[in-house]
Design a protein around this ligand. Structure first.
Ligand code: PLP
Length: 491
């Protein structure tokens, strides 16, 4: 074994330093060669599992051997989310500052349950969430709480909304109660699956979720929302929450939050806004309007791990009624009782201990500064508009949705092709298999749609040119092959 190690202790400080430098060197090299690596792993299922021993080593191994396996076994199995041509799902990337914050968080290893168990995590979380709140121009009635993901933030928001009904669900549950009618939640047909999952997990059941229709721009139709609420009320249901989306997953469409807010106010419903992706865009002055209407919302979720260069995971729930969250979740056993009048983070969710996530966001915000973050997001939106303009100008391609942020939805639509869905799926699959880029898809109005998201810290105009050329080359090759096959069939 190369490293000095005692039977019971950890690595020596001297070795930690040496290995730490090596590790940073390796990570720096990884970022330098990122563009030469395939975006998607070419591994087949179980390749990694089969290459690893069936059980843990009996005795400790040297870091040389561990590092060697990272290079030969782990790296080939990695999906390179940081690659500038990662355009699938939502393109997100980490940053050096965020990595340092994450490293330090691992070193401090805080379990922030009580203020006492981590004053640093408790108070830094209040500070950084408030910094971001100001940047997003949300009013100071919102208090930020960090969770791991938007799915969990939304789950907590709906739980707080339900607590606000004063139906004693915390005490008596929902099952076996004849006095409880259906408690209904409303969201658009374009909203993220996390809303439906939250409804499942909270025991409301999928049948309590009303998926409201959208217009031709994929935005929730507020009239249909109003009608659905009225109908449910007539049928004896208790509507209690609407989830609007700013930046839907398929197209980044923006629900009419102001109109929805007015309906919520008339009917005393909790308005939760899912801005998991697009919330970051609100820091850019010319995009700030995207959160218009949120001044009437009860809660808003945004994910710095999506579009604020913060390593996964970090989601912020901005909530006006943290008292309700506390009412829903606080449960203090004797061994956790303290005398201090402070915020104890365990009171605001299902977790007891929480990671020191605020640290990495603090690093990111300080390192880039407000202007640095604004510039980067603005550039991503510029690149998306540029690509959209190329698509619009080319008769072989068509845009399938507006481009309010940095996601472009489009498809190939050349003349004389019967099955456009099959053609576009083939284009996407061939590009993904090439390792040169990663695209994902959705279905819009029944059409197979290619989604191209731009969000990497490393993306430049040349990468957008690269993917545009790849799309055209792939379309050209497929068309040539198809024409040849047809000629052959006719001979
Ligand atoms: N909401 C929206 C609009 C999303 O696009 C996503 C993920 O892409 C989520 C919620 C879920 O995010 P998370 O992975 O943080 O739960």
């Amino acid at each position: 074994m190369n490293d000095s190690q005692t039977n019971f202790g950890d690595m020596s400080a001297e070795d930690f330093r040496r290995r730490g430098y090596e590790m940073i060197d390796w990570i720096a090299g990884y970022f330098e060669r990122l563009e030469d690596l395939p975006v998607l792993s070419s591994n087949q299922p179980n390749d990694l599992k089969n290459a690893l021993p069936k059980s843990a080593p009996e005795n400790g191994e040297s870091f040389d051997r561990i590092f060697a396996d990272v290079e030969t076994l782990i790296l080939p199995a990695v999906t390179n989310w940081n690659h500038p041509n990662f355009h699938g799902l939502f393109s997100t990337s980490t940053s050096a500052a965020g990595i340092f914050g994450e490293m330090l968080a691992a070193a401090f290893d805080q379990k922030a349950m009580l203020w006492r168990t981590s004053p640093a995590s408790t108070e830094l979380e209040e500070v950084v969430t408030d910094w971001l709140r100001q940047m997003m121009k949300l009013d100071d009635g919102f208090k930020g709480i960090i969770y791991d993901t938007a799915s969990v933030s939304t789950l907590h928001a709906i739980a707080a909304a339900r607590e606000g009904l004063n139906l004693r669900i915390r005490e008596n549950g929902m099952s076996g109660r004849g006095d409880l009618p259906l408690l209904t939640v409303y969201t658009s047909g374009q909203s993220h699956s996390s809303i439906e999952k939250a409804v499942i997990l909270l025991g409301l059941g999928q049948k309590s979720l009303r998926k409201i229709g959208t217009n031709e721009r994929f935005e929730m139709d507020a009239n249909l929302l109003r009608e659905a609420i009225e109908e449910d009320k007539r049928n004896g249901c208790i509507p209690f929450c609407v989830v609007a989306t700013v930046g839907t997953t398929s197209t980044t469409s923006i629900d009419p939050v102001e109109e929805i807010a007015a309906i919520c106010e008339e009917n005393t419903l909790w308005l939760h806004v899912d801005a998991a992706y697009a919330g970051s865009a609100a820091i850019v002055p010319e995009l700030q309007n995207c959160l218009k209407g949120c001044e009437h919302a009860d809660s808003v979720v945004t994910n710095p791990h999506k579009w604020l260069f913060t390593p996964f995971d970090l989601s912020i729930l901005y909530c006006r009624h943290t008292d309700l969250l506390k009412q829903a979740f606080s449960l203090v056993p004797e061994y956790l009782k303290t005398n201090e009048t402070v915020t104890n983070q365990m009171d605001y969710g299902i977790q007891l201990g929480r990671r020191f996530r605020a640290l990495k966001l603090w690093f990111v915000m300080r390192y880039f500064g407000q202007n640095g973050l604004i510039e980067r997001i603005r550039e991503h939106c510029r690149l998306a508009k540029l690509l959209a303009s190329w698509i619009e100008a080319d008769k072989n391609w068509e845009l399938l949705a507006p481009v309010p942020f940095a996601l472009v939805c489009f498809r190939a639509n050349p003349k004389n092709v019967g099955d456009l869905d099959a053609l576009n799926e083939k284009i996407m699959n061939e590009i993904n298999q090439s390792g040169k880029a990663y695209l994902s898809h959705t279905k819009l109005n029944g059409k197979f749609t290619i989604r191209l998201s731009i969000g990497s810290l490393r993306v430049e105009e040349r990468h957008i040119e690269k993917i545009w050329n790849l799309l055209n080359e792939t379309l050209g090759e497929i068309s040539r092959k198809d024409a040849k096959a047809q000629r052959k069939a006719e001979e």
